[in-house]
Design a protein around this ligand. Structure first.
Ligand code: SF4
Ligand code: SF4
Length: 174
């Protein structure tokens, strides 16, 4: 009984001309279907990745990225350092000599202290934006620059009076 069932099954699987064409059509149809999905993603869908660094993404203007202090307009008021929740702003300033020529910021605020050091340890910074919010002369700003990876933590400490830091200005401050 069982051997006759096996024989019948084998007979049903026999390849006929009709089945052969059916298989060929199924193969063509599934390849076309697959290629349509491929072409849709190659030509029809906007890519979600960019070819960095050849292509760079522009962050929104209000991004809180790399900090920049335009030290010529800093009045050494310490408000940024006081507001900073992680104490990563280090300022040293001394009273200006009374005979020294009067200095003002671009908005006309008198500069009564000489700024000797303005450093931010950006490895500690949490980019909360409090320091820029309280800055009365708006010389301390977040930029949209996000390309400032360094090899060591020490290199993440930016001395804003140093020439190399001032040199970013042209590139990142818009
Ligand atoms: S953005 Fe950074 S430096 Fe400014 S207050 Fe926040 S933690 Fe401090
Ligand atoms: S709050 Fe602004 S002006 Fe005052 S020390 Fe900080 S950066 Fe300078």
């Amino acid at each position: 009984m069982s051997s006759s069932t096996e024989v019948n099954t084998f007979a049903n699987d026999e390849l006929t001309v009709g089945k052969w064409f059916g298989n060929v059509w199924t193969a063509i149809r599934t390849v076309i279907k697959g290629m349509m999905i491929t072409f849709k993603y190659v030509y029809g869908v906007k890519p979600v990745t960019i070819e960095y660094p050849e292509v760079r993404e522009e962050l929104p203007k209000n991004s809180r990225s790399r900090l920049f202090n335009d030290v010529e307009n800093c009045i050494s008021c310490y408000q940024c350092a006081t507001a900073c929740p992680v104490d990563c702003i280090y300022i040293t300033a001394v009273k200006r000599d009374k005979d020294a020529p009067a200095l003002k910021t671009k908005s006309g605020t008198p500069i009564k202290l000489d700024l000797l050091q303005y450093t931010i340890d950006t490895a500690l910074c949490c980019y909360c934006g409090l320091c820029t919010t309280v800055c009365p002369t708006e010389c301390l700003t977040h930029t949209t620059d996000y390309e400032f990876a360094q090899y060591t933590l020490d290199e993440m400490k930016y001395d804003y009076l140093a020439e190399d830091v001032k040199a970013w200005r042209e590139r990142i401050v818009k």
